[in-house]
Design a protein around this ligand. Structure first.
Ligand code: HEM
Length: 146
């Protein structure tokens, strides 16, 4: 389907089902930020290898593309491979996790929580435990002597 894009230019829209079919050696399409890229001729040239592109073939590669931190050169190269856009009706179907947890986020979160946990332990829990142990031992000794 052809339509007028935001800037009045003709845009070729592809349905998700059409894109999903393009996941072979003959034709490999990927979606990045709702743009459709034909990477068939680029597979062998891709510095990150053809396997990673084929894994994303026919689907949404936005997250993987962003995660790699591609250079501006890579983004320019990608711009030359755009063949159209994902049909607006299919955009909500794109798997977008409500919370994206990346490895770096996990590291960050674990460092945060362990430091909060550490201060909580040292400030409160350990003195409370020591006090509890002393109380129990005191009770035991005093009850043995009687
Ligand atoms: C049209 C789409 C793409 C283009 C034009 C492209 C282009 C490039 C280029 C030029 C590089 C060299 C490093 C740089 O300049 O950033 C690169 C590296 C890489 N790309 Fe892509 N890429 C595309 C899609 C993807 C996708 C979808 C993935 C992941 C599924 C991916 C994974 C990688 C990896 C793992 C590297 C290697 C990074 C490294 O070794 O430092 N690329 N890509």
């Amino acid at each position: 389907m052809e339509d007028k894009g935001e800037n009045g230019q003709a845009v070729k829209y592809y349905r998700l089902s059409e894109i999903e079919e393009q996941n072979t050696f003959k034709s490999t399409w990927i979606i990045i930020n709702f743009n459709v890229y034909d990477v068939t001729k680029f597979l062998e040239e891709h510095p990150g290898g053809e396997e990673v592109l084929r894994e994303q073939a026919g689907g949404d590669a936005t997250e993987s593309f962003e995660d790699v931190g591609h250079s501006s050169d890579a983004k320019e190269m990608a711009a030359n491979m755009v063949i159209g856009e994902l049909h607006p009706d299919d955009r909500p179907k794109m798997a977008k996790p409500s919370v994206t947890v990346r490895f770096t986020d996990v590291l960050y979160l674990s460092s945060c929580s362990s430091s909060t946990l550490n201060s909580w332990w040292t400030n409160w829990l350990i003195p409370c435990l020591v006090a509890a142990v002393i109380t129990v031992m005191y009770r035991m000794y005093t009850s043995v002597e009687q």
